[in-house]
Design a protein around this ligand. Sequence first.
Ligand SMILES: Cc1cc2nc3c(=O)[nH]c(=O)nc-3n(C[C@H](O)[C@H](O)[C@H](O)COP(=O)(O)OP(=O)(O)OC[C@H]3O[C@@H](n4cnc5c(N)ncnc54)[C@H](O)[C@@H]3O)c2cc1C
Length: 459
Amino acid sequence: MEKKHIQFFENLVGVENVYSDKAHLLAYSYDATRVTYEPDLVIFPRDEKDVQNILKYCNDFGIILTPRGAGSGFTGGALPANGGVVLAFEKHMNKILEIDMQNMVAVVEPGVINMDLQKAVSEKGLFYPPDPASQDYSSIGGNVAENAGGMRAAKYGITKDYVMALRAVLPSGEVIQAGKKTIKDVAGYNVAGILIASEGTLGVITQITLKLITKPKLKKTAMGVFSTVEEAMNAVYKTMASGVTPVAMEFLDNLTIKAVEQKFNKGLPTDAGAILITDVDGNLEEDIETQLLTIKKVFSENGSTFFKIAKDENESNELWFARRNASQSISIYGSKKLNEDITVPRSKLPQLLEKIEKISKKYSVNTPCFGHTGDGNVHTNVMVDGKNEDELKRGYEAIEEIFKATVELGGTLSGEHGIGLSKAPYMKLAFSEAELNLFKAIKKAFDPNNILNPFKMGI
Ligand SMILES: Cc1cc2nc3c(=O)[nH]c(=O)nc-3n(C[C@H](O)[C@H](O)[C@H](O)COP(=O)(O)OP(=O)(O)OC[C@H]3O[C@@H](n4cnc5c(N)ncnc54)[C@H](O)[C@@H]3O)c2cc1C
């Protein structure tokens, strides 16, 4: 980057808030995809005014800018694939500005860590449900820009269900306020809805207003074991349609169960086709018992061979152990994990899992699956030897076929990780030319000079 540009930014925000040395550029060159692209500069804005000035300057000089939260994204959204500036919020723009008890709303800056917000509102007796597994380090800005989901999504929804308003800076340097603290707001286009999951391609989010709810007092965990994955998937969608809404309804297939057992020796049923782990919550013991009885009944009607309710928190943690350790355990099947987060309408889960099995056989790859089946979201992990070119090729072919099958079943390429760079080539499988052209027109309206995180999301 030209010296004059670096000097401008240093004068604007202070030398201490601009990194241009090799070590720091390297530190900001990655996310969870393990692909790296070095930026030319990392800037830590102190406030929204800085964001405005930085964006306007970049826009005037055609400098590419990529917003970055905690860099925990799985699809390369925060990677500066074309160099330029990385704009990071963790140093200054990381404050909880307000917890408004009367309106049950929190107002935060983008760099606030998800778990810090959860703790802060919980101390006041309130609840912010979205809990991505990365909740200890991912930022609310990144959560909004990816529309993150979590274990509680089956009952409580995902990030978008809690965003009431966003302030954002456009590449021109102008600030927009999308939405209000009001429950209802039907005036004008739903611009906040467009910014959510826009992966930093339309505007830089500088302030987020989030809905809070009250936290249920009681929670219980149960587990069901099934002989086949089909029976388990039937049990999932039938439970969700039975009038009970579990907080979580997570699943592990046979390959995943075997992997966890091989690593941790927990006495898991390695001959089972699938395990379902579920949490229910409420304020009354009777309510919890009724929910568990209904789930037990639906599980049993759909072939469960074993059902256990955790007596206490220790037992609950034991039941959750396999799910929490699924991701690391499946490395026994290959050094490289091609992990996708496809999602289908819940009633299509049995067909989806059947298709994945057939595709895996066709390409001779192992595809352990686990995940948030309560919301139709399956983590599909095609495991290959990363050093074996032929196996890698087969792995990617299997992925493409799995995406096609997902779309045919009325599903989507991503339930929570977004498109970024890694899924960009597959956008054509899921969207028509007219839809992709509309995306491009929206991008142009926000960012006519294409300086904001360009070429992400296949746009
Ligand atoms: C172990 C692990 C578990 C995970 N589990 C889950 C899970 O359960 N559910 C889930 O949904 N995801 C999960 N993820 C993925 C990831 O944590 C989420 O996508 C998260 O929302 C990213 O937040 P971040 O702060 O790390 O954002 P980053 O990765 O830094 O950025 C993500 C995107 O947001 C944009 N962005 C960041 N800040 C702003 C801003 N202020 N304005 C505009 N754009 C911005 C970036 O440009 C980028 O496109 C997991 C990741 C890991 C590593």
